[in-house]
Design a binder for this molecule. Structure first.
Ligand code: SF4
Length: 184
């Protein structure tokens, strides 16, 4: 059986979704309903596409990036599937960052199946729903209630270099000439 995840999209070279050059995967579908959600298309459970974990791994390796970021939709809804991919990325020396609408304490209690296993393969966790009325206090987070939680030595280093003045968005032109806007 081919192991797959359901995604909205991915970007092979992002500079605003964590430190350094990163491969970003936006999973598909989110159970939260944050007013002002920055990514309505990824939040919807309609559509998206399935991609094999093997293909994703190959694309990540080919991108030659510093790290991998999983973003919303809600990555922890596919925790079981994502564990082996993130484990392999870690073994290849990449750092791993995950955005989640869940609270860290709930994830530690396995609020969704596989959550604790995925936390073990996470260096930096950005938790909590987006609250549009609370300004962010540094780069990478969308609102000030979201916590930046280091779960490993690599995560501590990522957190250490987080800036309080930062680039908010980037525009990437893909090989087909389509412009992709990303960032927080
Ligand atoms: S958790 Fe993130 S993806 Fe989900 S609704 Fe909130 S802002 Fe949107």
């Amino acid at each position: 059986m081919i192991e797959c995840v359901r995604i909205h999209s991915y970007e092979a070279h992002s500079l605003v979704n964590g430190p350094g050059k990163r491969f970003v995967i936006w999973l598909k579908g989110c159970p939260f309903d944050c007013p002002g959600c920055f990514n309505d298309e990824a939040r919807s459970f309609i559509g998206g596409r399935y991609i094999s974990l093997h293909e994703l791994e190959q694309r990540i390796v080919a991108a030659d990036v510093h790290g991998v970021t999983l973003s919303g939709g809600e990555p922890f809804l596919q925790a079981h599937e994502l564990v082996p991919l993130m484990r392999k990325c870690g073994r290849r020396g990449m750092d791993r960052m995950i955005y989640t609408g869940f609270n860290f304490n709930d994830l530690k209690r396995d609020a969704v199946p596989g959550a604790r296993e995925l936390l073990k393969e996470t260096d930096l966790l950005l938790d909590g729903p987006y609250k549009k009325d609370i300004p962010p206090d540094g780069e990478w987070t969308g609102s000030g209630n979201q916590r930046v939680i280091a779960l490993s030595r690599a995560g501590m280093e990522m957190k250490r270099i987080r800036r309080t003045e930062w680039v908010e968005q980037e525009y990437i032109i893909d090989p087909e000439g389509q412009t992709v806007r990303t960032g927080i």
